[in-house]
Ligand binder design. Structure first.
Ligand SMILES: [Zn+2]
Length: 263
């Protein structure tokens, strides 16, 4: 197993990614950062994979690949501001990730450093990254929360620190400004009693979310995504990461975030 992306990037990539041909579902590259020993880093990686295997992310296949340890020189998590950790990488990383992820993946950096876990909110047709600090005992739940963001889910909270133009405060699969949009996205689940209309989402007190308490709003309390977000994640993974695309047109009508995957 490759232990370092910096030692010999080309060789590490070959060892980490022996077969790149067929996507086997949701592709997650797991890199580690700042652990005291390889044993501790391996334990964190194993717990991350077990957590993912028990989540909606694995329902249509999970392709979790060890991306090795981030080494200063290629990448480091910059934590000068603990609320907004960023991953700074040299361009040497790009060909490695492209080969490992067959061009489309989510990068998860498990870091032993102390910072507030976070991820870029992205559409599922684009690769994104999540930075998860294992300094908090609840980190496996934050892993689920942040991966939800990488596929487009918003924070199911009435208050957010994000700036007003941030994607975090825009409507998404689990947050809408109007009842009409909520009905378009999860109205059939409301009719079946599997979802509802709850106030407070994406940093707006009056916006609507489908469930009272999910991991997108309360990651300390639950690992559940709720019916609407679970369906969205499954659609996103199936339509964007596999070749099984039946029903993806209808899914993209509900949630336009999926449009880039159905072409
Ligand atoms: Zn969040």
């Amino acid at each position: 197993m490759p232990r370092s992306l910096a030692a010999s990037p080309r060789e590490s990539a070959r060892a980490a990614c022996p077969r790149l041909a067929e996507r086997r579902g949701f592709t997650v590259l797991i890199a580690t950062d700042g652990f005291t020993s390889q044993r501790v880093a391996d334990a964190a990686e194993q717990l991350a994979i077990r957590t993912l295997l028990a989540s909606p992310f694995a329902r249509d296949g999970l392709d979790a690949r060890d991306a090795g340890e981030l080494v200063p020189g290629i990448c480091r998590v910059a934590t000068r501001n603990s609320l907004s950790p960023t991953l700074r990488c040299s361009p040497a990383l790009n060909p490695i990730l492209a080969r490992c992820g067959a061009g489309h993946f989510e990068l998860v950096v498990l870091s032993a450093r102390t910072f507030t876990s976070r991820a870029a909110i992205a559409v599922p047709s684009k690769s994104s990254a999540a930075f998860v600090s294992t300094s908090d005992d609840a980190w496996p739940r934050y892993l689920l929360h942040e991966l939800g963001h990488t596929l487009g889910l918003r924070d199911e909270r009435a208050r957010l620190e994000a700036k007003s133009r941030s994607p975090a405060r825009m409507p998404g699969p689990n947050c809408t400004a109007t009842r009409a949009e909520a009905r378009r996205r999860w109205g059939d689940l409301i009719a079946r009693g599997e979802a509802g209309l709850h106030r407070g989402c994406a940093g707006h007190a009056r916006w609507l979310r489908p469930d009272a308490r999910t991991v997108m709003g309360f990651p300390r309390e639950t690992t559940a995504f709720g019916a609407a977000s679970t369906r969205y994640l499954r659609d996103a993974i199936r339509c964007c990461f596999t070749r099984h695309r039946r029903g993806c047109g209808a899914a993209a009508k509900r949630n336009p975030e999926l449009e880039g995957c159905t072409r």
